[in-house]
Design a protein around this ligand. Structure first.
Ligand code: SF4
Ligand code: SF4
Length: 298
């Protein structure tokens, strides 16, 4: 049974003026409803991880370590556990931005040859994300992602072997006791793709969102407080106030745009190069007309 959950502290449902249902919409098993994952239906494909803008999906797969391990292979290659027991359970958690971060630095190969038979939804998702990433790589004059077929390696240890291990360890007779022990010893990982991208020193490209300020901003700072990824920062120097936008951290969640009191922020589907915006000072409101008074001398 898959061990996948939604961390409601990170989920966007907390915020007003925003509706997010991306995980539920993409789940091919219909396993997500009202921000709860039915573990019996979930097959651990990771598509919800790929689309969640806040890294709210937790799972028993340590994607961070899996990606780092793939980077160390020569040549760098991404494959799933069907090919190699040390790899991630499924490649469905990958998206175009993660692929870009891997492929922009060194040539990347992927083995998706078993996806169509295993999970057609993952096959379709990966085809779309690889195509988008390859277009960006081509535009940047970099090598595109190569699709390869890696021969099967030794099968992963069977779950039943682990179960019998716990049985002997705790002298427990029932399967239930062994499963509880197993659940307690296996970790649940939260994977925030933007933190991983930031650690990789990823360069921005057309795969990342852009931001536009359509009118004069009062520098109230609400967007910087709301942004869950800290993609927006206001600086104040002699040259005046500036809003700094980091496209690598932005997940296009829409919180800043939907909550800006002036309604002047606009998300762009593709980053066009602007990361700094000059702002005007927040002008104090003029006093109401009837609040004027004169000093009386006695
Ligand atoms: S995709 Fe993420 S933020 Fe959106 S509803 Fe699902 S868990 Fe919440
Ligand atoms: S900059 Fe705006 S859209 Fe991007 S992550 Fe922050 S709040 Fe969301």
């Amino acid at each position: 049974m898959a061990r996948r959950d939604i961390d409601l502290n990170r989920c966007l449902f907390h915020y007003t003026n925003i509706t997010c249902n991306r995980c539920q919409e993409i789940c091919p098993q219909g396993a997500i409803h009202n921000r709860e994952i039915d573990r019996k239906k979930c097959d651990n494909c990771g598509l919800c991880t790929a689309v969640c803008p806040t890294g709210a999906i937790t799972s028993d797969t340590d994607y961070d370590s899996c990606l780092t391990a793939a980077q160390k292979l020569a040549p760098q290659v991404l494959m799933c556990r069907k090919v190699s027991p040390q790899s991630m359970a499924c490649l469905g958690a990958l998206n175009r931005r993660l692929l870009w971060a891997l492929a922009e630095k060194q040539p990347l190969a992927m083995d998706t040859s078993r996806c169509a038979q295993c999970n057609p939804a993952v096959q379709n998702w990966l085809a779309q994300e690889i195509t988008a990433c390859n277009q960006a790589l081509q535009k940047a004059g970099k090598e595109t992602i190569k699709l390869v077929h890696v021969k099967d390696s030794a099968p992963a240890p069977q779950a039943v072997a682990r179960r019998s291990f716990f049985r002997s360890l705790f002298h427990a007779a029932s399967d239930t006791a062994a499963e509880i022990a197993q659940a307690q010893t296996e970790r649940q990982y939260a994977f925030d793709g933007t933190i991983w991208l930031d650690k990789q020193d990823t360069s921005p490209c057309q795969l990342f969102p852009g931001l536009e300020i359509t009118d004069s901003c009062t520098a109230c700072g609400l967007c910087t407080m709301l942004c869950p990824e800290k993609a927006l920062v206001i600086s104040d120097s002699e040259a005046g106030k500036k809003l700094h936008f980091n496209p690598i951290k932005c997940t296009a969640c829409g919180l800043c745009v939907n909550n800006c009191p002036q309604s002047i922020l606009k998300l762009l589907p593709s980053f066009a190069g602007q990361t700094e915006f000059s702002l005007q000072e927040d002008t104090p409101p003029a006093p109401p007309a009837d609040s004027s008074f004169t000093l009386q001398r006695g």
